[in-house]
Design a protein around this ligand. Structure first.
Ligand SMILES: C[S@@+](CC[C@H](N)C(=O)[O-])C[C@H]1O[C@@H](n2cnc3c(N)ncnc32)[C@H](O)[C@@H]1O
Length: 246
């Protein structure tokens, strides 16, 4: 019997968990970059302490920053492998994060003051359904979506991304993940091949979140790029942006 899309995705991330945190884009080590992410999240989330749901939390990138800022965080993810890493990191850092294993479109009841995600939307078969479910558990709350421009959404950026990948391979740098998603899986995901700011704003609106705002995360990009060697520095990093609503 063919494996369901959810099972394929869970299996992929359980396998990726072993090396996910070894990539600097997944777990920055520079003090400047960590501080830039902290100030972005401090500005985007409601004042602490608030109840925050992190969807597709993975190894805890956003969850741990939010917990350190004084929020009461619930981390939701499909992959027990990724959540085990989050648990270990939270324990090592001495911060409390509630961990819930499950699909993003069936969040725990909350209620939450904010729902956030980073780099989850592209891997959802129905992003609108998930965003609608998040609104139901955060009535009157805030949405904080953090994404990067991917694929052919911006031709100039697509060329730079190819150049970065070539340069990385020439230097013997590992790819960001243990494997790519299969073509069949990507074809089942509305944002599987590319993510653009307009597409994310439209998706957020379609799910019923009011008044979406779009901002580029210049400070995070800059803090990341200044640490790159030449000529990588000239190519910079993929544009990061946030869509907030509610
Ligand atoms: C690219 S990783 C991002 C992880 C984390 N947010 C970060 O910024 O490092 C995507 C995460 O989404 C999770 N995921 C994928 N599909 C999901 C779904 N339908 N429901 C919940 N989590 C899902 C994966 O297990 C993985 O941990």
């Amino acid at each position: 019997m063919a494996m369901s899309i959810a099972d394929q995705i869970r299996r992929y991330w359980d396998a990726d968990a072993a090396t996910y945190d070894q990539m600097p884009s997944h777990r920055p080590t520079s003090a400047g970059e960590i501080a830039a992410w902290s100030s972005a999240l401090a500005r985007l989330l409601p004042a602490p302490p608030s109840r925050v749901l992190d969807c597709g939390a993975g190894t805890g990138f956003l969850s741990l920053i939010a917990a350190r800022l004084g929020h009461k965080v619930t981390a939701l993810d499909l992959s027990p492998g990724m959540l085990a890493k989050l648990h270990d990191r939270a324990t090592a850092e001495g911060v409390g994060v509630e961990i819930v294993e499950g699909p993003a479109d069936q969040p725990p009841p909350g209620p939450f003051d904010a729902v956030m995600e980073r780099h989850l939307l592209w891997t959802l078969p129905d992003p609108v359904a998930a965003l609608r479910a998040w609104r139901a558990v955060a009535p009157g709350g805030r949405l904080v979506v953090i994404e990067s421009v991917r694929g052919d959404a911006d031709r100039a950026e697509a060329l730079k991304a190819k150049a970065r990948a070539l340069l990385g391979r020439a230097r013997g740098r590992h790819a960001d993940h243990h494997a790519p998603y299969s073509d069949a899986l990507l074809a089942a995901l509305p944002m599987g091949r590319s993510t653009s700011p307009s597409q994310v704003v439209e998706t957020v609106s379609a799910a019923g979140w009011p008044d979406p705002w779009l901002e580029r995360l210049h400070d995070v990009e800059w803090a990341t790029a200044v640490g790159l060697p030449m000529p990588d520095r000239l190519l910079g990093v993929a544009p990061r942006f946030t869509v907030t609503a509610g």
